[in-house]
Design a protein around this ligand. Structure first.
Ligand code: B1M
Length: 214
């Protein structure tokens, strides 16, 4: 007899959607969509990460968990607050070269798009050259990079260097599990020509973007 919150986390851990949507409906009567994601669903993902680390889950199972997370976010998305403001700014989003994790980045996309930003999502494993080309083409107000692997933090340093060499200096927003504010300030910022802001989560990313645009 699990609580609603425990059941929500369990769907993610077990990679199962049986009963998921009716429980999400119930959760929506108690919580805001983002709190469901950041609370029980994220707790499930953290558990998946732990089990995976302990060799108790294989990649195929983690993919199932990712599917449940993605389906949940898609289901909750229409219930999220949407600002009436438009054209707050244009953001390019990408998961850095070598990294396929995109759930966090796609959450940032949803939250920014719901809050008046035009988002150009370049997807995963995006090499610096592709970012440079997109930046020249799209003329964004901001470039948002996501990375979850330890090597992705280093890849962000390289990306910052390449963007600087290409004379691109629009503000950069960086986030993802492998990063920290300290790494951002001491390792990425010195390699870039413009501001580099570290976001601890998607909502914080929106706040930082808003501050930058005002
Ligand atoms: Co992988 N994976 N994975 N994985 N995976 C991690 C990251 C890991 C920590 C798990 C572990 O071992 N404990 C570990 C990294 C270890 C390390 O580098 N130190 C790991 C590994 C090792 C791997 C592989 C190498 C496994 C393998 O093949 N042997 C492989 C890598 C492939 C590659 O990238 N080249 C791999 C593959 C995968 C799957 C494909 C199976 C799947 C991803 C599916 C997908 O994304 N489409 C997957 C998953 C699901 C995870 C875990 C379990 C969950 C990640 C997630 O989606 N979290 C993860 C462990 C963990 O994080 N607990 C793990 C939910 C998501 C909402 O959070 O993305 O962190 P997150 O986003 C947060 C914040 O970080 C922030 O906002 C969000 C919250 O609001 N944020 C931003 C993120 N980006 C932002 C950008 C911003 C602002 C905020 O502005 C631009």
């Amino acid at each position: 007899h699990l609580t609603l919150e425990e059941r929500l986390a369990r769907y993610v851990v077990e990679g199962s959607k049986d009963g998921l949507f009716s429980d999400l409906d119930e959760a929506l009567t108690k919580y805001k969509p983002l709190d469901i994601i950041n609370g029980p669903l994220m707790a499930g993902m953290d558990e998946v990460g732990r089990l995976f680390n302990d060799n108790q889950l294989i990649v195929a199972e983690v993919l199932q968990s990712a599917e449940v997370m993605k389906a949940s976010v898609a289901y909750l998305e229409p219930h999220m607050d949407k600002a009436k403001t438009h054209a707050r700014g244009k953001v390019i989003l990408a998961t850095v070269k070598g990294d396929v994790h995109d759930i966090g980045k796609n959450l940032v996309e949803i939250i920014m798009a719901n809050n008046g930003y035009e988002v150009v999502n370049l997807g995963i494993k995006v090499p610096p050259e592709q970012l440079i080309e997109a930046a020249r083409r799209e003329r964004p107000d901001m470039i948002g990079l996501s990375g979850l692997l330890v090597k992705s933090a280093q890849q962000m340093v390289v990306t910052a260097q390449d963007l600087r060499k290409a004379d691109i200096h629009v503000p950069m927003l960086v986030g993802g599990a492998a990063l920290s504010r300290k790494f951002t300030d001491t390792r990425i910022s010195p390699e870039y020509n413009g501001p580099v802001l570290y976001a601890r989560d998607a909502m914080n990313g929106l706040e930082l973007a808003n501050r930058l645009m005002n």
